[in-house]
Design a protein around this ligand. Structure first.
Ligand SMILES: Nc1ncnc2c1ncn2[C@@H]1O[C@H](COP(=O)(O)OP(=O)(O)O)[C@@H](O)[C@H]1O
Ligand SMILES: [Mg+2]
Length: 254
């Protein structure tokens, strides 16, 4: 891979404290166009807080996030999503009473999705079913028609990804999309992640499942106590003494 990748999202000196707890301290990194970047670190390292600051759910005390030349910091979450920076939630958030495919109708009505709505003659139900198929729901099975509350976690995680894809995203930020899934469910999601990359989607993956993350990630950023302690290709980073120490006492599958 000799191609030089340009930064798509730039995180600059982000800081956030909650009361006395500094959750994120002077954090900077670039998310490069088309890459899969892993953001890892022990529990409480500040990863979800970073996701929340990038996507507008939490306002940083200092620093900023840029999408190319656009400053995202200060914009509300829906505006950031409209610009193509989308996310999944560590704790899934479906509309529980709506059928699985109907969960996608809300994002499909957004201005950004409507821009791309020429497919399927504007039939949003058909587009929603296509999206579910893309993330691994079986096409003609009854699963897409079940209320979201009746879906197993593996499908809810896929539904989270489909909600992002409905917006034709530039960036998908996955906050522990593998957590709570069985090894076989994770294994069946990896080809999907790889397919997204090949479609040109840029991914930031917050992940606790390191072995699975490293099978898809180009680079990783490691956080501990709100601070970046390492950055680089997975093999290099995991040989780093600071990183190994940060993970001491944690169960790491490598
Ligand atoms: N809304 C909040 N209010 C108070 N403390 C918070 C809040 N969100 C996160 N924290 C604290 O900030 C730190 C980082 O949390 P988090 O970003 O969730 O870490 P991670 O996702 O890496 O596990 C933790 O000490 C956590 O308790
Ligand atoms: Mg988290």
């Amino acid at each position: 891979m000799g191609d030089r990748k340009e930064p798509l999202v730039r995180v600059r000196s982000l800081r956030k404290s909650f009361g006395g707890v500094v959750a994120v301290e002077d954090l900077s990194f670039d998310l490069l166009q088309g890459e899969i970047l892993g953001l890892i670190g022990p529990n409480g390292a500040g990863k979800t807080t970073v996701v929340n600051m990038i996507t507008g759910f939490t306002k940083p005390d200092a620093g900023e996030v840029l999408l190319q030349e656009t400053i995202l910091t200060g914009l509300p979450p829906h505006r950031i999503a409209e610009l193509g920076v989308t996310r999944t939630f560590q704790v899934v958030r479906p509309y529980p009473t709506l059928r699985a495919y109907k969960n996608l109708i809300v994002p499909l009505w957004s201005p950004r999705a409507r821009q791309f709505a020429s497919t399927r003659g504007g039939d949003r139900n058909a587009v929603a079913l296509d999206l579910l198929e893309e993330v691994g729901f079986e096409r003609d099975a009854y699963v897409p028609y079940k209320p979201a509350s009746a879906l197993p976690l593996g499908y809810l995680k896929r539904l989270e990804l489909a909600r992002c894809l409905a917006l034709r995203p530039e960036v998908i930020i996955c906050d522990e999309v593998f957590s709570g899934l069985s090894m076989s469910e994770i294994a069946s999601m990896l080809p999907l992640i790889d397919r997204l990359r090949r479609k040109g989607v840029t991914l930031l993956m917050i992940e606790h499942r390191l072995r699975e993350l490293f099978s898809v990630a180009d680079r990783v950023v490691v956080m501990e106590f709100g601070v970046k302690i390492a950055e680089g290709i997975p093999d290099e980073v995991m040989r780093d003494e600071k990183v190994r120490r940060a993970y001491l006492g944690e169960e790491i599958a490598l």
